[in-house]
Design a protein around this ligand. Structure first.
Ligand SMILES: Nc1nc2c(c(=O)[nH]1)N[C@H]1C(S)=C(S)[C@@H](COP(=O)(O)OP(=O)(O)OC[C@H]3O[C@@H](n4cnc5c(=O)[nH]c(N)nc54)[C@H](O)[C@@H]3O)O[C@H]1N2
Ligand SMILES: Nc1nc2c(c(=O)[nH]1)N[C@H]1C(S)=C(S)[C@@H](COP(=O)(O)OP(=O)(O)OC[C@H]3O[C@@H](n4cnc5c(=O)[nH]c(N)nc54)[C@H](O)[C@@H]3O)O[C@H]1N2
Ligand SMILES: [Mo]
Length: 763
């Protein structure tokens, strides 16, 4: 079978006369994603970058010229050779005059599936061979949570999976409490290339067994209707208060498991003092949390009692930690689960992100993956991933991260390959200002994204359909032989061959490519994984057999996974890799950092922007920028699935009926959403599925300013990052706080504005 794969599923490409006409779902996938329908649109779309292109002012006047015209300037097409000369010259100049740390190649993002043609890895391997670069650490997805759990649980596994498997939950849980629901739209994807979507099927089984579900979320439809979940429509960001109050209730009602916390946890007593109000005079009671969350104290108490009386599983979606003080709901959830004492029991304890992505709770075997080694960065310079605008705006300034002080480097050249900061970064107007600082910005992308349109040199990259690769994900059971289905579009080249050409100009092609062509790399990464698999007792076919068969299926384990089962069974032998060897409800280490914004135990902080603020704000609505059901981030925004959802070409904004009526907004109206950071147009969709005071605009509409290059311009299309807050979660993790934003909405009464961003710029 000739297959290809994507982050939203494997598929069979159907090609006629060199064009992809359909991406037909992989027959082994029990619940394929509708996003497959958009691939054929995207891959041949007019927004593809066809030839290497250089921004006019940069080409005419040299590096650093008229950087305020980024986003506004036109482009000149150049030959590949000329583009390579320009890039090589600029890399040489930067390294000679400013040193390697002046090259920023963090290059965060979800470039195409496939383990070999991983764009960012090739960029970093290449720059590693040139002496290094400034990189980035952690993810936009779960930086706050991952750094926190590394400290208090010893490894990031609880955050990134594998967690307690669905099978264990379906067979053993009585009650599942979801903070942020389990939106099936998000489980369409997992990084690397996937074979099967299983979340919906497990939820159906759980429902059939009579498991009770509770959805603590501003949106009712964060859980699928068939689960019949109880909806607790709390204020966004009140979760930490609710979790503290649930734990407080367990303590004061004598329902908590004192033996468990004594045996398996460090510092629960100090945390209890805080809960009881002995630290700050405020008891974190259900009555206290009721005022913050708008959920009644009786309801919070009832939930605490139900959790204690039943086998309860707690899941917290990553979204909650992508917020001001996002470390806290993660830590508070761990503390709550510890007080319940069910950690390590089948169907009990906690997990993260089960509704964030597919495969966090898998039945998958632990098998090696074919992967490209990312190489070595000789200078070890890096920033927390979401601090990119801070870095560009504040060179030389110190900042805190995970207990240490660092200094932002001064960046002369930005190289982005396989990511889209004008999609993913918060506060785009601030980003535009930051983006004016470097002398040169180079981007590879298959499409003219907003990031490409704000670059100086743009190189056309192929998509996964235009090359051979191997699809595999740590969260999936299938390894896919991804076969090239169509010729490279326009003059596109794959990132590997682009960097190989550049490496030749620097005489480092051996260090970069290790003397292999792409085809021999595929064999190589497969064979390395196959060898490791055979050491673990798995018998994988030879490469040729795998390639001809089209995929490799790893059998499921028969025993469901239960997170921390070993630790529970034998806390000495399986001590956690934390300083105490236990679950750290109080962390001496974190306390020793002396961070006012992240002290030694889970703590309630009032978010900097939220509906519970004591003064009535001029921006009375909480904006949630959720993941889009109709695309992956900014990818395939031009595809039919995304386009069918737009309202008069604008991204949709869901708003509660009462909030709409109060503003005389009707279904389908074009609205302006704004705050002090910027304004966007969007199309109103009125709903009862979202609580009052909250609006939802998904990420991923391509930024399309009315006045390109002008800071503060209205975005005609509806990219919500024009409105979001660019601020680290705390000194500990410095993660993104994307969900923390207040806005106002009004009916748009100006001239209709057409979204033009899918037309390529003049070149
Ligand atoms: N407000 C708000 N912002 C958010 C979030 C949020 O919840 N709210 N979520 C955040 C999260 S969790 C994430 S992960 C980020 C996602 O942010 P990104 O991962 O940066 O978003 P993508 O649109 O997936 O960008 C990937 C880019 O790689 C390009 N690409 C694909 N294949 C190739 C290739 O082979 N080579 C090259 N060179 N390029 C390729 C695609 O065309 C696309 O432009 O967004 C973050 N931003
Ligand atoms: N279709 C599709 N799926 C995706 C992606 C995509 O682009 N498209 N992106 C993928 C990526 S990279 C990631 S990291 C994950 C992200 O996964 P998440 O971060 O979990 O996703 P979100 O959609 O931001 O949020 C999930 C739900 O949390 C709720 N929520 C938000 N804020 C709060 C809060 O303060 N309290 C409570 N209780 N609930 C809240 C929202 O109602 C929202 O629907 O999604 C992945 N899945
Ligand atoms: Mo993410």
């Amino acid at each position: 079978m000739g297959l290809s794969s994507s982050h939203w599923g494997a598929f069979e490409p159907i090609v006629t006369k060199g064009r992809l006409i359909e991406a037909r779902a992989f027959p082994k996938d029990p619940d394929p994603s509708p996003l497959l329908q958009s691939i054929s649109d995207a891959v041949h779309d007019r927004s593809r970058v066809k030839r290497p292109a250089v921004r006019i002012s940069w080409l005419e006047n040299g590096p650093g010229s008229q950087t305020h015209r980024r986003g506004a300037d036109g482009y000149v097409s150049v030959s590949w050779d000329r583009a390579f000369d320009l890039i090589a010259g600029e890399l040489r100049r930067t390294i000679a005059e400013h040193g390697n740390q002046a090259i920023f190649a963090g290059s965060y993002g979800w470039g195409s599936a496939g383990r070999f043609h991983h764009a960012r890895s090739h960029l970093q391997r290449f720059l590693g061979a040139l002496g290094g670069y400034t990189g980035s650490r952690d993810t936009y997805s779960n930086a706050a949570g991952a750094v926190l759990v590394k400290n208090v649980l010893g490894t990031p596994q609880a955050m990134n999976g594998p967690g307690t498997s669905w099978k264990s939950i379906v067979e053993n849980s009585d009650l599942v409490v979801f903070f942020g629901g389990v939106p099936i739209r998000n489980t369409q994807v997992t990084p690397g290339g996937m074979g099967e979507h299983i979340t919906r099927l497990w939820l159906e089984k759980a429902r059939a067994r009579g498991v009770r579900f509770c959805n603590i979320s501003p949106m009712r439809d964060d859980t699928p209707a068939f689960l019949d979940a109880e909806w607790i429509a709390a204020r966004p960001h009140a979760d930490t208060a609710i979790m503290l109050a649930l734990t407080h209730t367990l303590i004061v009602e004598g329902l908590y498991d004192g033996d468990f916390v004594a045996r398996y946890c460090a510092g629960f007593d100090r945390f209890r003092e805080y809960l009881l109000g002995r630290e700050d005079g405020v008891a974190k009671s259900a009555d206290w949390a009721a005022g913050l969350s708008e959920i009644s104290a009786a309801r919070i108490r009832d939930l605490a009692r139900a959790m204690a009386a039943h086998r309860t599983f707690i899941n917290v979606n990553w979204s909650l930690q992508r917020a001001d003080h996002g470390e806290q709901p993660v830590w508070a959830a761990i503390a709550l689960a510890a007080a319940l004492g069910q950690i390590g029991l089948p169907g009990g304890g906690f997990g993260f992100g089960y509704g964030s992505m597919e495969g966090l709770a898998g039945l998958k075997q632990e098998v090696p993956l074919p992967t490209l080694p990312v190489g070595h960065n000789p200078i070890r310079s890096s920033i927390p991933v979401a601090r990119v605008a801070d870095m560009l705006l504040k060179p030389g300034q110190p900042y805190q991260y995970d207990g240490r002080e660092f200094v932002y480097p001064k960046i002369e050249l930005v190289y982005w390959c396989g990511g889209n900061p004008f999609h993913h970064h918060q506060d785009i107007n601030r980003l535009i200002r930051a983006w004016r600082q470097p002398a040169t910005i180079i981007v590879h992308d298959p499409w003219w994204t907003a990031t490409a349109r704000h670059a100086d040199i743009v190189l056309p990259a192929t998509t996964a359909l235009e090359r051979d690769d191997i699809g595999a994900s740590a969260r999936d059971r299938f390894i896919i032989a991804m076969r090239q289905a169509i010729a490279p579009q326009g003059e596109a080249r794959d990132d590997f061959s682009i960097f190989l050409s550049l490496a030749k100009r620097f005489g480092v092609s051996e260090a970069f490519g290790e003397g292999r062509e792409a085809a021999s790399w595929l064999r190589r990464i497969y064979d390395v994984a196959r060898e490791k698999a055979s050491e673990d007792g798995f018998d994988w076919p030879q490469f040729d057999e795998f390639w001809n068969r089209g995929y490799l299926e790893i059998p499921e384990t028969s025993t469901p996974h239960v997170l921390f089962k070993d630790f529970r069974d034998d806390p000495e032998q399986y001590a956690l890799p934390t300083p105490s060897g236990r679950i750290e409800i109080y962390s001496e280490k974190i306390a020793s950092y002396g961070y006012a914004d992240c002290p030694g135990h889970p703590t309630w902080f009032e978010p900097i922007e939220w509906l519970g603020a004591p003064i009535v704000h001029k921006y009375p609505l909480h904006l949630l920028t959720t993941q889009p059901s109709t695309r992956l981030h900014g990818q395939m925004d031009m595809g039919r699935v995304s386009q069918a959802s737009k309202v008069s070409g604008h991204e949709l904004m869901r708003i509660n009926r009462g909030d709409a009526q109060a503003r005389s907004i009707s279904d389908g109206d074009v609205v302006r959403v704004f705050n002090d950071r910027g304004s966007i147009l969007a199309g109103a969709v009125i709903t009862d599925e979202i609580r009052p005071g909250v609006i939802q605009v998904s990420t991923g509409a391509w930024y399309d300013p009315e006045e390109p290059g002008i800071i503060g311009s209205l975005d005609k299309h509806g990219n919500p990052n024009v409105l979001t807050l660019d601020r680290g979660t705390s000194s500990l993790a410095q993660g993104p706080s994307a969900q923390t934003a207040l806005v106002q909405v009004e009916k748009y009464r100006g001239m209709p504005l057409r979204v033009m961003v899918h037309e390529p710029p003049s070149a």
